[in-house]
Design a protein around this ligand. Structure first.
Ligand code: COA
Length: 321
């Protein structure tokens, strides 16, 4: 096994200024703040401004992560960006970000599409590049403008989604960093969570997310249960060895279920869904940066990140911070 580890050198995030509260939704659809809070834990979400796209949010998060790692943009030797709401079909958002950050060293840049599991997939990809010795540094970003593909007439769905971006800078290190990653997919359930319109099947049609909420909920809880077991078993760890759960922020009830499974009290869980909503690929790095910046997550602590999303895809990363 390689002695090179990928260590998180810095974290950053960005939330656009615009806010959509449950009170705002009460004006647009037949719903109540109490219903949304009880079923999802969400109170408000951030919304990108007109003319502000996924790459713009990603660049702000990346700059913050570079600052916290004390690195220049041109020190980065790989960009892996997870999104399901790219500015354009191509170029990739990763390439747009490379250009906007002024990176001229020719480093590879690519998008990863695994919907809400995107950041875990991207982290795992960058980890493999570093561990195999191909690069010494990487910028890993999750960024979304999901409100652009949200149908605000669909009351069973539209209260979930928000915009934002999070990023980490990884560096090759002999110290422990990303310990293991675990990725899975099951492509048999397209009709349960997908975007109608857009893509080559629906050019010119409005692109809106469609979801069978109940079915997705059950699938998410079951797969996350399993991946938590898989991650602990692969590393011969006990639940009590974990310091922090940094989960995908889809729904507070899903997060509660994973925390119960891990016998973790909620003060060991970074919870941002109430203020961010579900920001898909951005949610895990946004939650990580929140916990790091407010001083809860400290160097040397053991973090379990996990996510579930469209595809279906799911994954986890065990990280010594
Ligand atoms: N406000 C008020 N009532 C609403 C509502 C809203 N925004 N949306 C739906 N309802 C109603 C439904 O019409 C239904 O009424 P009925 O019983 O009279 O038919 C009732 O609430 C229950 O609907 P249901 O869809 O069964 O609700 P639910 O408890 O499953 O909650 C979700 C809906 C979307 C919150 C829930 O299914 C969920 O969180 N799913 C997972 C979503 C997710 O995390 N997806 C992303 C994965 S990455």
């Amino acid at each position: 096994m390689s002695l090179i580890n990928a260590r998180i050198l810095g974290t950053g995030s960005y939330l656009p200024e615009g806010l959509l509260t449950n009170a705002d939704l009460e004006q647009r659809i037949e719903t109540t703040d109490a219903w949304i809070v009880e079923r999802t834990g969400i109170r408000e979400r951030h919304v990108a401004a007109e003319g502000q796209f996924t790459s713009d949010l990603a660049v702000e998060a990346a700059k913050a992560a570079l600052l916290s790692a004390n690195m220049d943009a041109n020190d980065i030797k790989l960009i892996v960006l997870a999104t399901t709401t790219p500015d354009r079909v191509f170029p990739s958002v990763a390439c747009l970000v490379q250009g906007k950050l002024g990176i001229t060293n020719g480093c590879p840049a690519m998008d990863v599409q695994a919907v809400c599991s995107g950041f875990i997939y991207a982290l795992s990809t960058a980890n493999a590049f570093i561990r195999s010795g191909q690069v010494k540094t990487a910028l890993v970003i999750g960024a979304e403008t999901l409100t652009r593909i949200t149908d605000y007439n669909d009351r069973g769905n539209c209260m979930l989604w928000g915009d934002g971006a999070g990023a980490v800078v990884l560096g090759a290190s002999e110290e422990e960093g990303i310990i293991s990653t675990h990725l899975h997919a099951d492509g048999r359930h397209e009709e349960m969570l997908y975007v109608e319109g857009g893509g080559t099947r629906g050019i010119g049609e409005p692109a809106y997310m469609r979801m069978q909420g109940n079915g997705v909920f059950k699938m998410a809880v079951n797969t996350l249960d399993a991946i938590v077991d898989e991650t602990l078993a692969a590393n011969e760890l006990q639940k009590s060895d974990l310091d922090w759960l940094v989960p995908h922020q889809a729904n507070k009830r899903i997060i509660d279920a994973t925390a119960r499974k891990l016998d973790m009290s909620m003060d060991r869980v970074i919870l941002t869904v109430g203020e961010h909503g579900n920001t898909s690929a951005a949610s895990v790095p946004l939650a990580l940066d929140t916990g790091v910046k407010d001083g809860r997550i400290k160097r040397g602590e053991l973090i379990l990140m996990e996510a579930f999303g469209g595809g279906f895809t799911w994954g986890s990363a065990l990280v010594r911070f």
